[in-house]
Write a protein that binds this ligand. Structure first.
Ligand SMILES: NC(=O)c1ccc[n+]([C@@H]2O[C@H](COP(=O)([O-])OP(=O)(O)OC[C@H]3O[C@@H](n4cnc5c(N)ncnc54)[C@H](O)[C@@H]3O)[C@@H](O)[C@H]2O)c1
Length: 334
């Protein structure tokens, strides 16, 4: 049985990915290395406590010895671990440099002398910056990040590429659009709208919500990562997108309609500094070379997500403090 090490597997996408892999791949066992930071939730994987193919190790990749442990114990690595909340990166960028840049450096450097066969580094559409109307970024587009978060993700991509070329680390990069689905932190747009809407609270929308984002259901991204582990080419970058471009306002309106709440709950707030207007990716390479397709239609999977948050109040209630539901989170420190 191959050993898959997932970093950041107590977060949103990582925990969905671990459940997906353990259900679909009996040939793999999984170790999850996560430092249990502010966006993590240990209950995301508490159902796996007795699973013999799963183990969790608390560790910070910003410490070289943790990265060395990963390199020594992995046949395959999927690297999710990062600080991810853009508003928090504006309030306090340093933890983003430590996790996203130093953590990734420690990992790739440890992997250069290891027997690991593959590293999939998880990145974001935000590294390309804002797209003009009608424009879609491909993997050769220039990196032009706007926020401290996306700048550290772009830096981590560049480190991965340099370690692939210089030290033959068997890595590849997946850059994905906005994910939604179960286990996403209540600070993020879709969970925040569901939770505030269900509680009859105003739903704040930065600058009127005209920013366009391309949404992908988290399970569709998990299948793309699985395909990359199987068929991805070392040294290659793959964009992953599902073609659901919507303004934030449209997304919020659809959620409020699904939960039967009035659109008058929407409240426009001061815009986030450096807020990109539109993200758009071409995922032709992933579709052609990995044989990947998204399977979930947006409105349906949004309904599955709403249902999950309705049924799992015990999960989100402890995380949904006044601060995490603040209307102007970039003003807050964490
Ligand atoms: N959520 C999205 O829509 C989206 C879209 C594209 C790309 N991504 C990328 O996918 C990855 C996962 O995103 P997410 O939304 O699941 O994030 P998340 O914030 O929910 O989870 C990140 C996890 O990484 C852990 N972590 C952070 N720094 C660490 C460190 N130094 N050592 C060990 N663990 C550490 C945290 O404790 C947390 O559990 C990130 O790399 C992110 O940039 C996310």
């Amino acid at each position: 049985m191959d050993r898959l090490v997932v970093t950041g597997g107590l977060g949103f996408i990582g925990s969905n990915f671990i459940h997906h892999i353990l259900s679909n791949r009996s040939d793999l066992r999984v170790a999850n290395v996560d430092y249990e930071g502010p966006s993590s939730n240990p209950s995301n994987t508490s159902d796996l406590r007795r699973n013999k193919r799963y183990r969790h190790l608390k560790g910070n990749l910003a410490e070289p010895r943790i990265a060395k442990w990963v390199a020594k114990n992995a046949d395959l690595v999927v690297h999710f671990a990062a600080e991810t909340h853009v508003d928090r990166s504006i309030a306090n960028p340093r933890p983003f440099l430590e996790s996203n840049i130093l953590g990734t450096y420690n990992l790739v450097d440890a992997l250069r002398n290891s027997k690991s066969q593959r590293l999939v580094h998880i990145s974001t559409d935000e590294v390309y910056g804002s797209a003009n109307d009608g424009e879609s970024f491909d993997e050769e587009s220039r990196l032009d990040p706007s926020s401290p978060y996306s700048a550290t993700k772009a830096a981590s991509d560049q480190l991965v590429n340099a370690w692939i070329r210089t030290y033959k680390v068997p890595g590849m990069i997946l850059r994905c659009t906005n994910n939604y689905g179960p286990y996403q932190h209540p600070e993020k747009l879709i969970p925040k709208t569901i939770i505030r809407g269900l509680n009859d609270l105003q739903v704040p929308l930065y600058g009127g919500g005209m920013q366009v984002r391309d949404w992908i259901y988290v399970i569709d991204f998990c299948t793309a990562i699985e395909k990359a582990l199987e068929k991805g080419e070392v040294g290659q970058t793959y964009n992953v997108s599902a073609g659901n471009e919507l303004t934030n306002k449209e997304v919020v309106q659809r959620i409020l309609r699904q939960i039967g709440k009035p659109l008058s709950l929407i409240a426009s707030t001061e815009d986030r500094p450096g807020h990109d207007v539109r993200y758009s990716l071409s995922s032709e390479r992933a579709r052609a070379k990995l044989g990947w397709r998204p399977r979930h239609e947006f409105e349906h999977a949004l309904g599955l997500t709403v249902k999950w948050y309705r049924e799992n109040e015990n999960w989100w209630r402890p995380m949904a403090t006044r601060k995490t539901l603040s209307a102007r989170p970039w003003k807050e420190r964490w």
